[in-house]
Design a protein. Structure first.
Length: 350
């Protein structure tokens, strides 16, 4: 049992099960999944569908944090991706043109790769601290997204583009299939190939990894580029789901949820080892928590406080130092009472 508790996935799974149970208690038919018009519907499907963008952003953030870095610009990249894709589609003569939509998506993802490579260049080549390097794009990127949309909400009506975030394929939401494919690809690249070992080596000790022959700068550029790509795909999902782009509010604060998902999943902010499965669990916890807030009737003005409280509890439960202190306090032995004077042995002088 103690080995099970020490597993980094034990507490995230336990918290997720607890949130699910809370939803079952307050929401009728929470676990029911129905098939309507060949599509799967239900609360569980909605959690996966609405949580897909966060899973993608957290997936890229996991690799960045594993290198002892941070990427605060993912929210701005989400906004830029949605703004550019919707703008290009709105300029099409036929917004239902598959070729035109694919071209818009391709240009958008290419731009996100450039933005990610820029972050990686600032961190790896210039030597700027990751939090500062990505803060630059966080601020400038949000302004770029509003510049693309001219400060307006760009609305489109494109069925092919709607498929990315709001469509279905093989009875499942298409966004879930995208997440499954990208997670499988990431797991293969990091667990079946040497890339994962390189990432952990750079996060553990960048200088030692460089001296051992690992091109740490190249690894950093690849990681930040991949993180921006994940954020760009998430931006396509978010804008596709609502068929519009808002450069001001799209992806707002998603970087904080992504960091929380990574930490809840057991990846250390100090770099080194990382857990993809733990990150997925962390993202699902955050999305399920949002559903739980509405199901149990938490007042809207206290939603963020409730969310912060739950996240704090999860992080404390995951902390070995915190659990050890709690166990020590409970197991602290009680000092025996002194024996009565009559029962004490007499002291003899020799």
């Amino acid at each position: 049992m103690s080995e099970l508790i020490r597993n980094r996935l034990f507490w995230p799974v336990l918290i997720l099960v607890g949130l699910m149970a809370l939803n079952v208690a307050f929401t009728d038919n929470f676990l029911n999944i129905q098939v309507k018009d060949g599509h799967l519907y239900g609360s569980l499907i909605d959690i996966l569908r609405f949580g897909a963008p966060l899973i993608l952003v957290a997936l890229g953030m996991t690799l960045v944090i594993a290198t002892r870095g941070i990427d605060l610009s993912v929210g701005s990249v989400v906004a830029i991706a949605g703004a550019l894709a919707c703008l290009r589609i709105s300029d099409l003569g036929d917004q239902n043109s598959v070729t035109g939509v694919l071209a818009a998506v391709g240009v958008t993802l290419a731009l996100t790769l450039v933005l990610g490579a820029w972050n990686g260049f600032l961190v790896a080549a210039v030597g700027i601290q990751p939090i500062i390097a990505t803060l630059i794009l966080m601020v400038a990127g949000r302004g770029l997204a509003q510049l693309i949309t001219d400060g307006q909400i760009v609305t489109i009506n494109s069925s092919p583009y709607k498929l990315i975030g709001g469509g279905y394929w093989l009875t499942l939401p298409f966004s879930i299939l995208i997440v499954v494919a990208l997670v499988a690809l990431t797991a293969f690249l990091t667990r079946r190939l040497a890339l994962g070992m390189f990432i952990e080596a750079v996060g553990g000790n960048a200088e030692a990894s460089r001296l051992s022959g690992i091109r740490s700068r190249g690894v950093l550029v690849v990681v930040y580029t991949f993180c921006a790509l994940c954020a760009g795909i998430a931006g396509l999902m978010i804008s596709s789901n609502v068929s519009s782009a808002d450069g001001n509010y799209a992806g707002l604060w998603i970087e904080l949820d992504a960091i929380l998902a990574v930490v809840i999943g057991g990846t250390s902010l100090a770099g080194g080892r990382f857990s993809i499965s733990g990150t997925i669990l962390g993202a699902l916890i955050i999305q399920t928590l949002t559903t739980t807030v509405y199901s149990i009737g938490v007042p809207p003005e206290t939603t963020l406080l409730f969310k912060a409280l739950v996240v704090t509890i999860v992080c404390l439960l995951q902390s070995p130092a915190f659990r050890q202190k709690v166990v020590k306090r409970r197991a602290r032995p009680v000092a025996p009472a002194p024996a009565p004077m009559s029962e004490r042995e007499p002291v003899t002088n020799r």
